[in-house]
Write a protein that binds this ligand. Structure first.
Ligand SMILES: [Zn+2]
Length: 292
């Protein structure tokens, strides 16, 4: 199936509002409040506390020890917990400008071999990415959830059916987010920390309040934009993807890329080489913006 482009009318004229919002690791000024549960941790703040997903008392944490001895703590989120948030989720365009790290973020659906090809290249270089997953793709291919987790990548929410998100009613916005959240939770035990809108042209343009509220209600610590956009989904050729990415990238950048495009597969190795030459290390989005 053809991967749906994230946008179709890129513009350079948008404001950069929010581009420094993550400054010290705090995702933005307003963190999504818990749904009235006392002691709910403000998510999105650059604290060392686990992110409250807004699910309040419906959440439970579990600690698991893997075969390799590593212990991980995951938050199990009730799939039915969608108490309406009163504060919008913070919008994140980039991490701290002082960072020596960047986040490779991928629209994730489409041909499995193409997805695996990207993962193989990234993992061979001991790098990680953040997969913004289209939920119906994950439901159809649950083994890919394990594949992503095995590679230590971050799983994030990119709606269930990849609609033009801002055209949805608030109820449908919430449904798109929660269905994808629940698909991710089925394979990883949590719905992830970040949501990204589908069908948007500009990664620096702040989403509508309705969209940010829906994300907070679904329990997300932040809504992720991006400051580096090589427009790889338009298939401009791998060299253009490489050049645009490396020209735009700086410390703290969130790079937008897409699974399912041959030119992107060919570009990812040289992009990783270029980042290394700039002494920029790819980390997960949560690591970049300090959300644990
Ligand atoms: Zn997309």
């Amino acid at each position: 199936m053809l991967a749906v482009a994230c946008g179709s009318n890129p513009s350079d004229s948008a404001t950069t509002a929010g581009s420094t919002a993550a400054g010290d690791g705090a995702a933005a000024g307003s963190a999504p409040a818990g749904p009235g549960a006392s002691g709910s941790t403000a998510a999105g703040a650059a604290s060392s506390t686990p992110t409250s997903t807004g699910s309040g008392a419906a959440s439970t944490e579990s600690t698991t020890t893997k075969a390799d001895g590593k212990t991980t703590t995951t938050k199990q989120q009730s799939s039915t917990s969608t108490t309406k948030a009163t504060e919008p989720a913070p919008f994140v365009v980039s991490g701290p400008a002082s960072a020596t790290t960047v986040a490779l973020t991928f629209h994730t659906n489409g041909d499995l071999n193409q997805v695996k090809a990207v993962l193989d290249i990234v993992e061979k270089r001991n790098a990680v990415l953040t997969a913004f997953i289209v939920g119906n793709w994950l439901d159809a291919n649950p083994s890919m959830g394990k594949r992503l987790l095995d590679g230590h990548h971050e799983l994030a929410n990119h709606t269930y059916t990849h609609p033009t998100f801002e055209q949805l009613s608030p109820a449908n916005m919430l449904s798109e987010i929660t269905k994808c959240r629940d698909a991710i939770a089925k394979v990883s035990g949590s719905g992830g920390r970040f949501f990204r809108l589908s069908g948007t042209d500009d990664g620096t343009l702040k989403p509508s309040n309705a969209a940010l509220l829906a994300a907070a209600t679904a329990g997300y610590a932040g809504v992720a934009g991006f400051d580096v956009d090589p427009l790889d989904y338009k298939d401009p050729g791998s060299q253009a993807v490489i050049d645009r990415t490396l020209q735009q990238v700086k410390g703290g950048s969130i790079i937008s890329l897409h699974m399912g495009h041959a030119g992107t597969i060919d570009a990812i190795g040289p992009i990783l080489d270029g980042l290394a030459a700039k002494n920029l290390q790819p980390v997960t989005l949560s690591q970049l913006v300090g959300v644990k």
